[in-house]
Design a protein around this ligand. Structure first.
Ligand SMILES: C[S@@+](CC[C@H](N)C(=O)[O-])C[C@H]1O[C@@H](n2cnc3c(N)ncnc32)[C@H](O)[C@@H]1O
Length: 654
């Protein structure tokens, strides 16, 4: 992840970095020693007491064992080992064979199996890894169940939200502290059990059950208990869609679909909101049916609009207007859609208006993405890249893209972690809040999974390509983590102060295909979550688009950051030239650039006297002398930039 901030450095003591490494390495060592061993039964009373005590302590603010200490203002961060990846379960629940707690084996992914448990203790509400004790129905035996990062869904704590769970292909392993635990990394591997609705004896009873579910859903919705309302409507639909009910009372299922569409919109489950709304359509000519269908079209249109499917949304709102011609909201939506379609097709934006509508409370723009000037193609030695499809004059928009997902520093979802990657032994600052938000968004909108999973990441998954089972969408959280690591950017602190522990970060899917060059031909800026990429010089059709992932003027700092964050060595013409300079020349240039930075920050150009200007000129000359004239003929000299800017401002003033 690249951040626009200067404060992107976290200072960890050597000891703390070592501690994080050792914790992860010790765990891995113990895990491999114990792999395949039979699980040892726990003392149930002690297990329950342990969880109750830990829960109380966590509520009272006791230190989280998974937090790392850093030096200075950065404070503490969750410290998470990554790299020991495994794919989520892609087998439907009904095809998995049951397994008992007693049959679990250490450090084993129990593929093809499912474990049904109920919560047996309070939940220990930790930031990165909340846990609880679980047991089987009618059994004394207990085990620890921990969730990694993805502990909530729709604002509800998953472990708190229910009492029974099925764990698909349970992974039995050790915590970082060396305690046995069932660990869930992928949210789709944990199925929350709700009360089963009993099979109805006849049509009348079935209809009654479905109506009852609808009433319960409505009452949950009134209380803003959205997850519960969704569950009740879903239960109702299971019954109402049975032939016996749907033949006798076809409108019942439509009512349930229409109501669930509304809840889905509130939950941002746009795919299902759209399909529910379509399934709710009656198509009759009477006034009541027309009113209800107008509502359904509105819900389908809103879902399509929020998915960025403007043409489809237009169709739904036009249908709505046919049924209820006076509907003001539909008219307003259609007007907005015209603007979105113009933005999308021509890149004509009213940036002034877009800016004026932004605020800390509303940091996301209502705008379409303009991508027509570019296409994705292979880029030799760099994987895929983005290429111009037409000539783009300097200063013009190359692409303008609304973020797929942004987590702003001031939002509660913002969460930064220190991740220790066992694959390359590096500790990084990772925007895990963004990864979590993306996983949630994908689980809520499976139609978006494929395009995110197409992005570059070190771990490619197991190649199954399965993103849905009968139990719902499947998202590989390790892949999302790796994709975020290599493709996320920081839109800067547009809405107030932020530091490294709460830096704003986002994912722009189309822009994620753009490769880096230190001598880029495009530059990005942000308006809220809209990335505007402009050509910095004329670009010809067929040329690859580049922007700079890291703008440090120093070659060594740039290469280190590109390697650490993005995993490659830059071989742009500037880096090729700088690489052949001796380390002594590069050091001299860096020292002089530091002197220039110091000079610029202490001497204001408005107060500049002749002597100060002469000093600046000498400094500039000294830096220029570190560049070989021939080798750097058409290349930028980053180290001279700040002092050059200062001189031109000082000269303008004189
Ligand atoms: C944001 S993605 C860019 C799109 C990517 N090339 C793809 O195939 O999807 C960033 C990744 O692209 C590769 N990359 C970007 N710029 C590069 C460059 N100048 N040289 C080599 N690899 C580069 C690196 O693997 C980096 O982690």
């Amino acid at each position: 992840m690249a951040s626009q901030q200067d404060g992107n450095t976290v200072f960890m003591t050597e000891q703390e970095s070592e501690r994080i490494r050792n914790v992860a390495k010790n765990r891995l060592k113990k895990c491999s020693e114990l792999a395949g061993n039979a699980r040892e039964r726990r003392d149930a009373t002690a297990a329950k007491q342990q969880a109750t005590g830990a829960s109380l302590m966590a509520d009272m603010g006791a230190p989280d064992p998974d937090l790392a200490q850093t030096k200075g203002r950065a404070g503490t961060f969750p410290a998470l080992p990554v790299g020991q990846v495994y794919p989520p379960c892609v087998v439907p629940l009904q095809d998995l064979q049951p397994i008992k707690l007693a049959d679990l084996q250490m450090e084993t992914h129990h593929r093809g199996r499912r474990l049904t448990v109920k919560r047996a203790s309070p939940v220990v509400p930790l930031i990165a890894r909340p846990w609880t004790m679980v047991q089987e129905e009618g059994e004394e035996d207990m085990e620890r169940l921990e969730l990694c990062l993805h502990k909530s869904r729709h604002g509800e704590d998953v472990l708190e939200s229910a009492s029974s769970f099925v764990i698909k292909e349970p992974y039995f392993t050790l915590t970082d502290q060396g305690e046995p635990t069932i660990r869930v990394d992928h949210p789709s591997d944990l199925i929350v059990c709700r009360d089963e609705i009993c099979d109805a004896k006849d049509a009348t009873e079935a209809e009654k059950t479905a109506k009852n579910c609808k009433d319960k859903g409505n009452s949950a919705l009134e209380k803003n208990k959205l997850a519960l309302a969704h569950a009740k409507y879903t239960d109702g639909l299971k019954v109402a869609r049975q032939d016996v009910v749907s033949e006798a009372s076809p409108d019942l299922a439509r009512d349930l679909f229409r109501n669930r569409a509304h809840v889905n919109l509130l939950l941002n489950q746009l795919d299902e909101a759209k399909s529910d709304a379509k399934a709710a359509l009656i198509g009759n000519e009477d006034e009541r049916s027309k009113d209800l269908d107008s509502k359904a079209y509105f819900r389908a249109g809103s879902a399509a609009y929020n998915l960025g499917e403007y043409q489809e949304a237009k169709g739904f709102f036009e249908e709505q207007l046919k049924l209820t011609p006076e509907n003001k909201t539909a008219i307003a939506y259609l007007k907005n859609i015209e603007v979105r379609l113009r933005e999308q097709g021509t890149g004509a934006y009213n940036f002034k208006k877009i800016r004026a509508n932004l605020s800390r409370a509303r940091p996301r723009v209502d705008a379409a993405s303009f991508l027509n000037n570019t296409k994705v193609e292979e880029s030799k030695g760099r994987g895929r890249g983005l290429f111009a499809t037409r000539d783009i004059p300097a200063g013009e928009i190359v692409i303008c893209e609304k973020a797929f997902c942004v987590v702003w520093g001031h939002e509660k979802e913002a969460l930064t972690a220190m991740t220790y990657d066992v694959r390359d032994d590096r500790i990084r600052v990772s925007p895990v809040g963004l990864s979590k938000a993306i996983v949630q968004k994908l689980l809520s909108n499976p139609s978006q999974i494929e395009k995110v999973m197409d992005l570059y990441g070190d771990y490619q998954g197991d190649g199954s390509g399965v993103s849905k089972t009968e139990d719902g969408p499947v998202v590989d959280t390790f892949r999302v983590h790796d994709i975020v690591s290599r493709n996320a950017f920081g839109p800067g602190s547009q809405f107030g102060d932020e530091g490294v522990s709460n830096a704003s970060t986002g994912l722009w899917i189309w822009a994620a295909y753009i490769n880096h060059s230190c001598v880029a031909n495009a530059k990005k800026e942000y308006i809220g979550d809209l990335m505007v990429l402009r050509a910095t010089r004329p670009i010809t059709a067929g040329e690859e688009i580049f922007h700079s992932y890291d703008e440090s003027s120093d070659y060594d700092a740039r290469q280190t950051s590109l390697m650490t964050t993005w995993g490659f060595e830059c071989s742009c013409p500037l880096c090729v030239a700088e690489k052949t300079d001796s380390p002594a020349v590069r050091k001299k240039r860096r020292d002089l650039a530091d002197d220039a930075d110091q000079f610029v920050s202490t001497e204001h150009y408005l107060d500049a006297k002749r002597l100060t200007i002469s000093k600046a000129k000498r400094l500039l000359k000294a830096i220029e002398d570190t560049y070989d004239e021939k080798k750097y003929k058409d290349l930028p000299r980053f180290a001279t930039q700040r002092i050059q800017e200062w001189l031109s401002l000082a000269n303008q003033k004189r």
